[in-house]
Design a binder for this molecule. Structure first.
Ligand code: PRP
Ligand code: URA
Length: 209
């Protein structure tokens, strides 16, 4: 069964508080999402394998540790997942980015896929699927189904805010996927919004309504 990690780092919690705040405008919201994505990426890459390499410092040779060439794929769920990509790429500049476009049908809350474009070597990459919100879990479940169909085998899911209902649904649908969450909230409301949440992540990131 995949593990669920809820980050308790003070910087992440502090920035998440501003992200939730209704008085935080689009520019600041975008910057904060970017920063929290970087901080989460720092934690999520903790288990990356290292190898010993010999280098020359100005003083002597040294045996040092470097990443052993593990390939990473970042897969944002459009639209709102895009807001988390740059923050991760700052730390993992060699990562490739695949996109999966999904929207929630407002009536049924079911995800509908409208776009998918992935790196060709998805099977060799550690894939990090990103979306600020894990609400019913439908979008994450469908996005992960979509990348598995295209060859992905090593997958993590990273979000800012999750509802318990979404976490349970995602664990059940994809028990092989570890889930990384900045804030685990109370519940979903009758419209499928996370309570207390942050509202509509896509609208807040891109200034739409
Ligand atoms: C939001 C959010 C997730 C999804 C979560 O996207 O960014 O993708 O809802 O809800 P779920 O867990 O119930 O599927 P939305 O469908 O509003 O599309 P958008 O990113 O284009 O705004
Ligand atoms: N999508 C959002 O953007 N916000 C929610 O609270 C739930 C789904």
């Amino acid at each position: 069964m995949g593990k669920v990690y809820v980050f308790d780092h003070p910087l992440i919690q502090h920035k998440l508080a501003y992200i939730r705040d209704i008085n935080t405008g689009t520019k600041e919201f975008r910057e904060l999402v970017d920063e929290v994505a970087s901080l989460m990426a720092f934690e999520i890459t903790r288990d990356m394998p290292l190898e010993e390499v010999e280098i020359q410092t100005p003083v002597s040779t040294a045996k040092v540790k470097m990443l052993s060439g593990k390939k990473v794929g970042i897969v944002p769920i459009l639209r709102a997942g895009i807001g988390m990509v740059d923050g991760i790429i700052k730390l993992i500049p060699a990562a490739k980015v695949g996109h999966v476009g999904l929207y929630r049908d407002p009536e049924t809350l079911q995800p509908v896929e409208y776009y998918a474009k992935m790196p060709s070597d998805l099977a060799e990459r550690e894939c990090i699927v990103v979306d600020p919100m894990l609400a019913t879990g439908g979008s994450a479940i469908e996005a992960i189904r979509s990348i598995k169909k295209r060859g992905a085998v090593n997958i993590k899911f990273m979000c800012l805010i999750a509802a318990p209902e979404g976490v349970d649904a995602l664990k059940e649908a994809h028990p092989d996927v570890d889930i990384y969450i900045a804030g685990l909230d109370e519940k979903l409301n009758e419209h499928g919004y996370i309570v207390p949440g942050l509202g509509d992540a896509g609208d807040r990131l891109f200034g739409t309504k």
